[in-house]
Structures are given as C-alpha cells and as structure tokens.
Design a protein around this ligand. Structure first.
Ligand SMILES: Cc1cc2nc3c(=O)[nH]c(=O)nc-3n(C[C@H](O)[C@H](O)[C@H](O)COP(=O)(O)OP(=O)(O)OC[C@H]3O[C@@H](n4cnc5c(N)ncnc54)[C@H](O)[C@@H]3O)c2cc1C
Length: 398
C-alpha cells in the first residue's frame, strides 16, 4: 500500500541515539525508584504530588515531542513511543498528566496554529508551565463528535462561546483548553462547521465542574467544562481560519492513538511482570503455580499479544516519521493494543486467583485502569469503522 506524505518531505530524525538512550535509562530508573513506590499514594489521594509535577518539568517530560525552537526535546514519533513505553510501566495517571502537552493539546497548535499562536503557547506547554486540555466531547456528542453543540459566534474582533464539554482530561489542572466549537449552525460537508479555539482557563465565563468519580485512573482527573458567554479575541481561532477545527482534531488524534497504543504496551509489560512474579512466588499442590502448564499458556499468550502490539506501534511510528499518512495504522494499533492489554489484565487477575480480586493487590487497579483504553480517543468500534473506511478507499491498490 502506498501513502502520500502530508506531514514532511523527509524523515524526521528526532534526537541522536546517545541522547535517546540516556533519556530512556534515566526514565527507566526514575519510574522504578520514584514513581512505582508512589502508586498507592496517588490512588488513595487521587492526585499526583506537586513535587512529582515539578520533577516532570525539570526532566523535560512535558516537552518531549515539541521542537527545540519551542523549548522541547524534539523527539520523533519512534523515540516518543519508546519513552512512553518506559513511563507507563507505572500507573497510567502519571502519563495522563503529560499526555495532552505531548499530544492533542500541543500538536494541533504545532501543525495548524499561526506563528503567533505557536510562539505564545508552545514554550509554556513544552516547559509544563501550562498544562493543556483538549475539549471535544460533549454530553450529547461522543463518538459522533462533529455533532457538537458548543457555539462560537463572531462579534467584531471577538468570538463568544457558549456550551459545555464532558469528561475533559486534566481539566482541573489545565491552563489552556483547545476547544472545538461550531462556527456554523448547519452541519457542513467535511465537518467544516467545526472550528478550534485556544481558550485560557482563566477566561471569564469558563468554569470547570467537579472532578468526575471514575472506575479507575485515580490521580488523573476529568471534569466537565462550561462556557457561559466566554469572550475570546478572534486571534484565538486556531490557524486564524474557520472550519478547520475538526480536521486539526483528527490529525492530532492520529498521533494520540499511537501514543495510547504505546501506553497499552507499557502497561501490558508491567502487568505481565506482576503476573510472572506472583506465579513464581505462590505455591499450590506443593510447587509454584508458574509450573502449571495451564498458567504457562496464559504467560505465552500475553507475551505474544504484547510482542504483536509492540511491533505495530513501532512500525506505525516509523511510518509517521517517514511522512506517511497513518490514520489506518494508528487505528489498527489503538484497536489491537487496547484490547490486548485488557486480555493481559484479565489473565493476570486469573493467575492471582482470589488475591487478584482484592483491592490490596496492585493488579486489581491495573485491571480497572486499562479498561479505559478501549473507550477514550475513539472506542474500539470507532477504530473498526476508521479501518474499514480506509480499506474501502484503498483496497484496489493492494
Ligand atoms: C477518563 C476519560 C477521559 C476522557 N478525556 C477526554 C478529553 O480529554 N477530551 C475529550 O474531548 N473527550 C474525552 N473523553 C471522552 C471520550 O473520548 C468519549 O467518552 C469517547 O469518545 C466515547 O464517546 P461516548 O462516551 O459519548 O460514547 P458513545 O459515543 O455514546 O458510544 C456508546 C457506545 O456506542 C458505540 N458506538 C457509537 N457510535 C457507533 C457507531 N457508529 N458504530 C458502532 N458503534 C458505535 C461506542 O463504540 C460505544 O460502545 C474522555 C473519556 C473518559 C472516560
């Protein structure tokens, strides 16, 4: 299959191999020595300690994927997924803190913002001074995201926003929201009724609701965001052109889906590790349960699942770095990786037996956390629809 290269005319080299390996080793150690011991506290207190947020800033984690000219580290996608796989050996809440700055919250600005918007926001997003939120979903529009109702009405040199957004990650911490709003009352072809706006969280009329009470991901907050006659300058329109918001969102989500797939691999590796550790320690019938072949089949299936997902993630990242359009591959990755980590978490509970059902076991928490990955940034069904649509467009060239 061939793809037109819409992102770059040449491969994105990212950082040199020594820098990447130093970053990986540092993160590998930091995750095990600093973050893993904090997992229970983060789950209990439902927040990431301020000192950890400061350490993330010092380590440059908010700016991994932004170019050096904006203060980022300039990793390409292949390098980004390697670091995300390292970071997600621990609770997914830690990655959630930086996820919007690494992905949809900054890359829509990088890809489609004006020069002024890039210079105004990207350095603060790269340093972590500002945490990003991405506001697309609404009470009545989730999978059918273009059916959104939030309105942006032009009034002289301003737009006035009214409406509400639902389940917005990082909303209580965010300093900037990329908000998708309708600039035309009619639904237009190509979803050109949707525009994107860069809205500072302290704009009068913007209100963040109570933190949602979720099944998992304790420590990573989501909330509703309300817009009540929020008046923003016309210069806040992403790219300065109406009607391009939906396309910007979808481009940014393609990247986001690969990042989430890498997250699924990282979590899957950790859960498999916990599965093997427990199975070698727990004894029944006079020997470690790891010696029973029926359990060994679960280890083997989990490793095979993980290996497949890891290969898919690396291949898709490499294609994007080469400038290929990756909508199809990104959806294949998100679909497979999010389902595979669910299977691994389920097997892990089985290997733990009754202990796996108890809250004291870490794996019960992972089981709840990974359930989310099949839902957000496009459910599994939506990924299937994207894959089928792309296939039907391109199958004749196979
Ligand atoms: C913890 C969390 C964090 C989130 N963070 C953000 C965020 O930061 N920003 C943001 O904008 N959104 C965010 N979301 C929202 C998330 O992206 C949506 O929940 C998701 O896209 C699904 O939309 P929905 O919940 O409205 O489900 P619905 O769209 O109502 O779907 C319900 C079911 O119907 C299925 N379905 C829908 N349409 C079809 C179809 N055409 N064919 C087959 N099946 C279909 C779905 O797959 C699903 O199984 C977050 C959600 C959660 C839970």
């Amino acid at each position: 299959m061939t793809h037109a290269p819409p992102f770059a005319s040449s491969a994105d080299p990212g950082v040199d191999a020594d820098t990447l390996s130093m970053l990986r080793e540092t993160l590998h150690r930091y995750v095990r020595e600093r973050l893993v011991p904090l997992e229970d506290q983060v789950a209990r207190e439902e927040r990431i300690p301020d000192e950890v947020i400061a350490e993330f800033r010092d380590m440059g984690l908010f700016g991994l994927t932004l170019p050096a000219e904006y203060g980022g580290l300039g990793l390409n996608m292949s390098q980004e997924v390697e670091l995300v796989m390292e970071l997600t050996w621990t609770s997914a809440a830690f990655r959630s803190l930086v996820s919007m700055n690494l992905g949809v919250g900054s890359h829509a600005i990088l890809m489609d913002g004006t020069q002024e918007q890039r210079h105004r926001w990207l350095p603060d997003l790269a340093s972590g001074k500002v945490i990003a939120g991405f506001a697309l979903t609404e009470p009545d529009s989730g999978s059918d995201s273009a059916a959104l109702r939030t309105r942006a009405v032009r009034d002289g040199d301003h737009y006035v926003l009214n409406g509400s957004k639902r389940f917005i990650s990082n909303a209580p911490l965010a300093g900037l929201f990329t908000v998708m709003a309708r600039t035309s009352p009619e639904r237009l072809p190509g979803n050109a009724h949707v525009s994107a706006f860069l809205v500072p969280a302290d704009t009068p009329g913007l209100r963040v609701g109570e933190k949602d009470r979720k099944m998992g991901h304790s420590g990573a907050a989501t909330a509703d965001v309300y817009f009540d006659n929020v008046r923003i300058p016309a210069s806040a329109l992403l790219g300065g052109v109406e009607g391009r918001g939906f396309v910007s969102a979808m481009k940014a989500l393609d990247r986001g889906r690969v990042n989430i797939s890498a997250l699924c691999v990282g979590q899957g590796k950790r859960i498999l590790h916990e599965m093997l550790r427990y199975a070698t320690e727990r004894k029944q019938f006079g020997k470690p349960i790891a010696e029973f072949q029926l359990l060994q089949a679960m280890f083997a299936d989990s490793k095979t699942d993980l290996y497949a997902a890891e290969c898919m993630v690396r291949d898709t990242a490499r294609r994007r770095d080469a400038g290929e359009r990756i909508s199809l591959e990104a959806s294949c990755c998100k679909l497979f990786a999010s389902e595979m980590v669910g299977r691994i978490a389920d097997r892990c509970i089985q290997v733990y037996g009754g202990a796996g059902y108890m809250q004291e076991s870490r794996v019960e928490r992972f089981y709840r956390d990974v359930r989310l990955f099949r839902i957000y940034e496009g459910t599994s069904q939506i990924q299937q629809l994207v894959i089928a649509k792309e296939l039907l467009k391109t199958f004749e060239a196979f």
